[in-house]
Design a protein around this ligand. Structure first.
Ligand code: GLN
Length: 189
């Protein structure tokens, strides 16, 4: 069975390439049947309101929740992390969300001056030195509940966390050629 990348919007191709570099098969996902068939799923960055609305329109919310219940891995990067959260601060009106992960997120948390930036980030569970983390109008996790393990912080703010088979990243691991986080993800199932 292959891994899937939700192909509604965002940097789908980069995630497919990063997954394939880890040695697994990966393909795009747009239908409930495709969600049901994947070994694990990535929700890429992009615009969380758009991704949420289209995922709801295509009938993908319940199949993705089922994927989580079944323990198949789910990773959300940036906008994908927002769509996974159970609480979205400053949510756009009628922003549909999966609400599968016990985190509160704040959108565009680094402000306008710091629209995008890169830092070297130590991530718990990732060996071999820091990962280069690319942040683009990035959210942060403003709170996490019990059962959520914080994997990385930047300036005291939570930017990577895991809960069971779910991985939430405020940054874009698919935009560098370091696939250690994708490797970590494919081994979570
Ligand atoms: N700011 C975007 C949002 O709120 C996320 C940005 C991104 O995914 N690079 O959806």
């Amino acid at each position: 069975m292959a891994f899937g990348v939700l192909a509604i919007q965002g940097d789908v191709r980069e995630h497919l390439e990063a997954l394939r570099r880890t040695g697994v098969e990966a393909g795009t996902v747009r239908t409930p049947e495709e969600v049901a068939a994947v070994r694990g799923l990535v929700i890429p960055g992009g615009e969380s309101t758009t991704i949420g609305k289209l995922a709801a329109r295509y009938g993908l919310m319940e199949p993705i929740r089922r994927l989580v219940r079944e323990g198949r891995p789910l990773m959300g990067t940036c906008a994908g992390m927002i769509v996974m959260a159970n609480t979205i601060g400053a949510a756009a009106n009628d922003q549909p969300a999966l609400g599968v992960m016990d985190i509160a997120v704040e959108r565009n948390a680094f402000g306008r001056q710091l629209d995008s930036f890169e830092v070297d980030l130590e991530v718990k569970g990732i060996e071999g030195g820091p990962v280069r983390a690319v942040f683009i109008r990035a959210p942060v996790m403003s709170a996490v509940e019990d059962g959520v393990e914080v994997l990385a912080t930047h300036e005291g703010r939570i930017v990577a966390a895991r809960q069971g088979s779910m991985l939430a990243l405020a940054f874009h691991p698919e935009l560098t050629d370091d696939s250690r986080l994708h490797d970590y993800f494919v081994k979570m199932g």
